[in-house]
Design a protein around this ligand. Structure first.
Ligand code: PHE
Length: 445
């Protein structure tokens, strides 16, 4: 029964761009971008990221939406419906990737919860700037408290998914996402006016070729996939809810634009404060969580804004985590014929087990390394840089070769694009995106 369309309830009554942008814009832009830019040489990371977003990223958004709207199902069902029976297997691989992503995404979601709690109790602002790093480090390496936060984050995600996304989080998201943008602007202004803050802006925009490595290019491409929720079937699932009156190329452009904008704002928000605090931009995944309390301690009514900011961030994280969990649950419902509640429980238990492994990798298991990375970093690296790009590669080839007629129809439903625009889309799906993905993975690895 892979053809059912009833399997999800992603706020189908809400604007489509808002819904898919909710999945795309989340911790990726705000937590991941600043530290990835920090560890990969600033501008040298940012420029390839923008390049990949407007080339491979846009082409794949378009392909996934087209595939979903033509197939009217989740990743497995849509690929089977559009391309024929065996091809749904790529959708199945996507669901597996989604499961892995959610296991480590929830850890960072748990960090957001912890920061929100600290903001609410006022504890967050009482820590001296030079202590912030060790305070955060102590929290993440104490497996128990960070694991409890992970369980709580997953629990909230599951409740939202079970209640129906349109009833809860998306209504908040409509108000809180714009609020998050406004707060980010306030923090940027404060950050760049801190003594030494301008150095952070320079770091982000100063492009020096000597810092450019194939690894940073691979990381930038992986981040494009992560930040646009590509290559794992999420956007295929969203596409199944697209009205025929929605223009796919235009929506893809908007989502790509919103993702880039959020990442750039986040970079501008964090990097000046990193330099003003005398921190190392290379500090890794904790960078944002160490820096943000510092900026708030430097503005009037910081405690109030800090609570507001953390709530907004949490909602941004939830609009992404619910999209991840929904795809897993819908898969179990459609392909394994499970009841929604049993599927949710099974996912929760599986994610709690896998999440435990990653949570411990910051503490007692920090010595366990896979390809020189702790388990958390490895999972993130593997999903973003290998699984999602390969998933994207298969979608691009399917949409460009096997199902080009269907892709063509979907792209031109609302507005007939010119012959050259259509040829460019076809060329991007058939050759450009697959080649870029292959070359970058091969050289980066
Ligand atoms: N794009 C989301 C973010 O930036 C993360 C995500 C990745 C969500 C993959 C769904 C699928 O936070």
């Amino acid at each position: 029964m892979s053809g059912s369309t009833k399997q999800t309830n992603f706020g189908s009554r809400l604007g489509f761009i808002l819904a898919s942008a909710g999945s795309a814009v989340g911790l990726g832009a705000i937590w991941k971008f600043p530290y990835m830019a920090g560890t990969n040489g600033g501008a040298v990371f940012m420029l390839p990221y923008i390049f990949f977003t407007v080339t491979v990223g846009m082409a794949l958004l378009l392909a996934e939406f087209a595939m979903g709207r033509a197939g009217r199902s989740g990743p497995v069902g849509s690929l089977n419906n559009v391309c024929g029976k065996p091809w749904g297997i790529f959708g199945g691989i996507g669901v597996f990737t989604v499961f892995l992503i959610l296991s480590f995404y929830s850890i960072v979601g748990g960090w957001c919860l912890k920061d929100t709690a600290d903001a609410a109790t006022g504890a967050g602002l009482k820590i001296a700037p030079e202590q912030l790093g060790s305070y955060f480090g102590a929290f993440v390496s104490d497996g128990v408290s960070s694991y409890l936060m992970l369980l709580l984050f997953l629990f909230i995600t599951a409740i939202v998914v079970l209640r129906g996304i349109d009833k809860g989080v998306e209504r908040f998201a409509k108000v809180l996402m714009p609020a998050l943008f406004v707060l980010m602007i306030v923090l940027i202004i404060r950050g760049v006016t801190l003594p030494g803050g301008w150095e952070g802006v320079k770091f982000l925009f100063d492009f020096s070729f000597d810092k450019l490595t194939w690894m940073s290019v691979l990381n930038a491409m992986g981040f494009t996939f992560f930040s646009l929720s590509l290559g794992c079937g999420i956007m295929v699932t969203y596409g199944a809810y697209l009205k025929d009156s929605t223009d796919i190329p235009n929506s893809s452009l908007w989502i790509a634009y919103l993702a880039i904008q959020t990442a750039l704002l986040a970079g501008l928000m964090i990097m000046p404060a990193v330099f003003a605090m005398g921190q190392d931009p290379n500090a890794g995944p904790g960078l944002v969580f160490v820096t943000i309390p510092f900026i708030f301690s430097q503005i009037p009514f910081g405690w109030f804004f800090m609570i507001l900011f953390n709530v907004c961030l949490l909602v941004a994280a939830l609009t992404s985590s619910v999209s991840l969990l929904e795809v897993c649950i819908a898969y179990l419902q459609n392909e394994w014929h499970m009841k929604r509640i049993s599927a949710s429980i099974l996912c929760y238990v599986g994610l709690a087990l896998l999440g435990c492994v990653s949570a411990l990798s910051f503490g007692v298991w920090s010595e366990v390394k896979i390809f020189d990375r702790i388990i958390f970093d490895f999972l993130d690296w593997f999903c973003s840089n290998i699984m999602m790009p390969l998933g994207g590669l298969s979608i691009a080839l399917l949409a460009g070769w096997k199902a080009w007629n269907s892709t063509y129809v979907q792209v031109n439903v609302v507005r007939k694009y010119s012959a050259s625009a259509n040829s460019f889309i076809k060329f991007s799906l058939r050759f450009l995106a697959p080649l870029l993905v292959l070359v970058v993975i091969a050289t980066g690895v």
